[in-house]
Design a protein around this ligand. Structure first.
Ligand code: MOS
Length: 706
């Protein structure tokens, strides 16, 4: 954030405090923790998409060297069927409980051996017979099984008369947009080490919230939450894929109980694809009507996503239609399509990311048909209050993002006509998108101890999934206590530190900071007392306003420039710029790193990522990094990202979350730039070479070759 005086630790750029541990290999991840007497588990997964287990023959495996045993549905510990996640009971957690195969990749057995290699070899010797049943993985918007999505995140919009407004519009866009199933692909695969002692379950697990994992494990085993101790000190990426209680820790805990040994379960990369939650595919219809002067009359956003009947899930694609633009009629319809697929989960910018691809592509199409600059179209339709709820925004600096982004990008020099820029044989185009992401805070508990030596120990079950949470919270604590950051010691990633929200929903840092600030207030009141150590603990549950009077959102504008090679269909992103309004920025260095990472994920979504299922088997056919493409360094230009001055009045320190807003909007900006380069719309992601070639027939080179 430029130009603001920095008076404390908050606002100053600082590298992450655990950086030296990570680059020297000292930081221990869940599969690195030394453990005497450790046994290794290897997961066997189902190879059919729907059916029943007829037989599992473990006899050969059991006779192999080092094998301690095999767990399957016949003898695994029984789990509580009511256990679930925040949407309710979740059948995906109930591993090895019955012979039903709900999706390919479902864990059906765990082989336990003295070494990882022995466990893997024995897993290969297990013979499984299935009664195969017909599966359905054929996802689309009008699937007959489609049903209204849960409205747990907020009601659908239905204001004004969409059809009448569309009929009265000078220009109507009515298009379909599709995004594929995607895999989170964190650098560290899911791993856990678990053991039991005196009726207590201990686990070192890779997750996004140790406390919530301890809650789920306690529920699964029907034991007191205080008897479950989950640590998650360093996590090599999560993005939502480690937001729930993963199969690794459930299976490790089961085997640990059954064999009375510490057990480690580490997923292979292929198992991350097939056995951990993915971003669901979406199929969306957007209808927008506008007057000739560019005023929107109607926005109708209809979206469907796939899920599993095992668990409720919301891919909230339609939220931005209720936030971004004013229109007399706004309607959203979100539907869920239950299929025989892996249960989905949030993936960075859930809902908003595929949703903004559809909405912001459609807005670009409206601008095209009106002959209007797409930036100008956005500026003309800014609401004064939230268009559907009618509530005022607590802070809405989207116009600043749009204008400052346009200035830095050099947007005004752009000729809005497509296919007007060339460099040699390459077509050049630029595009932009606006976006929003909901912000807020959830209950958390923080403890701060004033030590005898004058330092402070802060304990909170925050999760640092690569974001720099330790560093940010150290700064927050230092300012709250009025001391330097060198006087703060921070402990995170341990369910014994008490109830806390996880690293998710872009609400980790705001939730944890709130608790730390409240604990610091309480501690300062007792600091006159010279007795040391002294500890203050605060739980923010009672302090949170769940019905705030104002709409709390973050905003961004993303600008992209691409080159398209009409001979090969190759799209390259040459420039990418994002301006963000995310409240007061705690650490501009780490904040920039986060939003740049988010934008790279958006670029990767635009051009590369796609889980492909074979309709015949229902299985994913590209479940590894050879087949599932992710943007590599060579695909990523010098990404520019910065923050406009902003302050969130509903937060005690002016903060909002920024973990996810970087991803939303980026794919639309790139797709719009591809249109500008080629004159053809790309309404399905990823923008593969074949899709570009189909839209832009290869042409002879501009100049003769000789
Ligand atoms: Mo996130 S996708 O809420 O981890």
């Amino acid at each position: 954030m430029s130009g603001e005086p920095i008076t404390g630790a908050v606002g100053a750029p600082r590298p992450r405090i655990e950086g030296p541990l990570k680059v020297t290999g000292t930081a221990r991840y869940a599969a690195d923790v030394p453990m005497p007497g450790l046994a290794h588990g290897w997961i066997v997964t189902a190879t059919v998409s729907r059916g029943r287990l007829r037989a599992i023959d473990t006899s050969a495996a059991l006779g192999m060297p080092g094998v301690l045993g095999v767990l399957d549905h016949r003898d695994a510990p029984r789990l509580n069927p009511e256990a679930g996640n925040y949407f309710g009971p979740d059948g995906s957690l109930r591993l090895l409980q019955d012979d039903v195969i709900p999706y390919a990749g479902r864990p059906i057995a765990l082989v336990l051996a003295e070494t990882l290699e022995q466990a893997r070899a024995a897993a290969g010797a297990i013979r499984v017979d299935y009664d195969v049943q017909p599966h359905d993985v054929d996802f689309h918007l009008d699937h007959p099984a489609s049903r209204p999505a849960s409205t747990a995140f907020g009601p659908e919009a239905d204001t004004g008369d969409v059809d009448a407004e569309l009929a009265a519009s000078a220009v109507v866009v009515d298009e379909r947009y599709r995004t594929p199933e995607e895999c989170h692909s964190a650098m560290e695969p899911h791993a856990a080490t678990a053991w039991w002692e005196d009726g207590h379950l201990y686990a070192v697990d890779s997750n996004q919230g140790a406390f919530s994992v301890s809650q789920v494990l306690a529920a699964l085993w029907s034991i007191d939450r205080d008897r479950v101790h989950v640590r998650s000190e360093h996590v090599g990426g999560g993005f939502g894929g480690k937001g729930l209680c993963g199969p690794q820790v459930i299976l490790a805990a089961m085997a640990g109980e059954r064999f009375e040994r510490p057990v480690r379960v580490t997923l292979t990369r292929e198992q991350v694809f097939e056995a951990t939650a993915s971003r669901p595919p979406t199929d969306q219809q957007v209808r927008i009507g506008a007057d000739a002067d560019g005023r929107l009359r109607a926005v109708h956003h209809r979206a469907a996503y796939a899920l599993s009947p095992l668990a409720e899930y919301i891919e909230w694609c339609t939220e931005q239609a209720k936030i971004l633009y004013a229109a007399p009629a706004i309607r959203t319809q979100l539907t869920a399509v239950p299929l025989d697929v892996l249960p989905p989960a949030s993936m960075r910018g859930p809902g908003a990311t595929p949703g903004s691809f559809a909405l912001e592509s459609a807005m670009d199409e409206v601008a095209e048909r009106l002959g209007l600059d797409p930036l100008e179209l956005r500026l003309r339709n800014q609401p004064t209050a939230a268009p559907v709820s009618g509530r005022p925004f607590s802070s809405r600096r989207l116009i600043s993002c749009l204008q400052e982004g346009a200035r830095r990008f050099g947007w005004t020099a752009r000729d809005r006509h497509p296919r007007t820029r060339r460099e040699g044989s390459l077509l050049i185009g630029s595009g932009m998108a606006a976006t929003s992401f909901s912000a807020g805070v959830f209950p958390s508990t923080a403890s701060i101890t004033a030590e005898t030596d004058g330092t402070f120990t802060v304990g909170i079950d925050a999760s640092d999934i690569g974001t720099g949470a330790r560093t940010a919270l150290t700064a927050v604590a230092a300012d709250a206590l009025g001391v330097g950051t060198e006087q703060i010691r921070i402990r995170i990633g341990d369910s014994d530190l008490g109830m806390a929200w996880g690293a998710g929903g872009s609400r980790g840092t705001t939730s944890w900071s709130f608790a730390i600030i409240e604990a610091a207030k309480k501690l300062r009141e007792s600091l006159d007392d010279p007795a040391r150590p002294v500890t203050a603990t605060m739980d923010t549950s009672a302090l949170i306003d769940y019905q705030p009077a104002r709409e709390r959102q973050t905003f961004s504008a993303v600008f992209a420039e691409v080159t398209v090679d009409p001979a090969t269909g190759e799209v390259r992103v040459r420039r990418l710029l994002g301006m963000f309004a995310v409240g007061r920025v705690i650490n501009p260095m780490l904040a920039r790193s986060q939003v740049v990472g988010g934008m790279i994920m958006g670029l990767s979504m635009a051009l590369h990522e796609e889980s492909v299922r074979d309709p015949g088997t229902g299985r994913q056919v590209n479940g590894d990094f050879a087949g599932y493409h992710i943007a590599a360094h060579a695909d990523v230009p010098d990404v520019e990202a910065d923050f406009v001055a902003d302050y969130e009045p509903q937060d005690p320190s002016g903060f909002n979350g920024l973990g996810e807003i970087g991803t939303a909007g980026t794919a639309a900006a790139i797709a719009n730039a591809v249109w500008h380069a080629t004159g053809r719309r790309q309404r399905s992601l990823p923008i593969r070479l074949d899709r570009v070639l189909e839209a832009v027939p290869a042409q002879p080179p501009a100049a003769p070759l000789h």
